[in-house]
Design a protein around this ligand. Structure first.
Ligand SMILES: Nc1nc2c(c(=O)[nH]1)N[C@H]1C(S)=C(S)[C@@H](COP(=O)(O)O)O[C@H]1N2
Ligand SMILES: [Mo]
Length: 307
């Protein structure tokens, strides 16, 4: 796993591919696309397989979405801030399944990556996740072959990965080789033990300006800004400049699909010394961020006010 770092992305809010975090439990497989096929079976009329050309021949769908790692499966209460916002492109999975006769008994889609091995005392032949098929009705689930307009890089799942916008990254299986439709959940370490049941992304936000440990001048205005997101978008972002005693609503971009939303608040620091900035976001249903001890605990940034 790469270390967490909050980067300020381009003004359009899209994170460059080279700034993206990488999480791979078993290394990075290199796949020759000429010998690659995606098989689809289980509760469908007849088994199918698709080459990369077969997938590219179908309409290309672009989805901008937050991409967030759920964190270390052994430490679910520790925020990692491993987060980005990117444009995926590929085949709409719901449209592809509509071409086939999916049995009504099918409730889960099992997705297999080519990678496997030992992880935290468990062993598996492949990285497997299971997606509840009802998520497809929410739209945007892709068999993705592009990231920000370029073919996926090896580390992000080349040639094809699943992308489930609004769900934590663990659900977006890289290096796909097999899809299987089933009545039941899949039995494997990543569906029963690790990252189990972390699906929809909880409300979260990060401050990207000012940077941690920045030295600011008393009497000079700064813009506190960053990004807020959840699986359903966020309705408010509030900022505290006194370590969480008082919060002020920040200006916030409206929700747009599964993309993150920019927030900003002008601030005039006056008191010299250390200041602790915090941000917390809420979704439209009122779900928010705990102050600490959770994957989505509120983000805090310490700065210094000089003269
Ligand atoms: N095949 C496979 N897919 C995988 C993983 C993996 O180890 N193997 N890691 C998952 C996890 S936990 C995350 S957070 C995302 C990370 O995607 P990225 O490396 O493209 O940023 O991929 C997911 N898909
Ligand atoms: Mo993850």
């Amino acid at each position: 796993m790469t270390p967490a770092h909050a980067q300020e992305p381009a003004p359009d809010g899209v994170t460059a591919a080279e700034d993206l975090f990488v999480v791979s439990h078993f290394g990075v497989p290199r796949i020759d696309p000429r010998h690659w096929l995606l098989s689809l079976g289980g509760l469908v009329g007849r088994d199918r397989s698709f080459s990369l050309e077969d997938l590219k021949a179908r309409p290309k769908r672009v989805v901008e979405a937050v991409h967030q790692g759920g964190g270390d499966p052994l430490k679910p209460d520790v925020p990692t801030r491993r987060v980005a916002n990117v444009r995926w492109a590929g085949v709409d999975l719901a449209a592809l399944l509509d071409e086939l006769e999916v049995d009504r008994r099918a409730h889960f889609l099992w997705s297999y990556g080519v990678d496997g091995g030992d992880f935290a005392g468990a062993s598996c032949n492949w990285y497997v996740k299971d997606l509840p098929l009802e998520r497809l009705a929410g739209g945007g689930v892709l068999l993705a072959y592009e990231l920000n307009g370029a073919p996926l890089r090896a580390e992000h799942g080349f040639p094809v990965r699943l992308v489930v916008p609004g769900y934590y990254g663990a659900n977006s299986v890289k290096w796909l080789w097999r899809l299987h439709l089933s009545e039941r959940r899949a039995k494997g370490p990543f569906t029963t033990t690790f990252h189990n049941g972390i699906r929809a992304i909880a409300p979260e936000s990060i401050i990207v300006n000012p940077a941690p440990d920045a030295v600011l001048a008393a009497g000079e205005a700064v813009e506190i800004r960053g990004w807020a997101w959840s699986s359903r978008g966020v309705a408010s972002a509030q900022i505290s400049v006194d370590n969480g005693l008082c919060f002020t609503p920040a200006a916030l971009e409206p929700p747009r699909g599964w993309a993150w939303q920019r927030f900003s608040l002008p601030w005039l620091p006056t008191v010299r010394g250390e200041a602790h900035l915090r941000v917390r976001a809420h979704d439209a249903g009122g779900a928010g961020q705990p102050p600490d001890g959770a994957r989505n605990a509120a983000h805090a940034v310490r700065v210094f006010i000089g003269s």
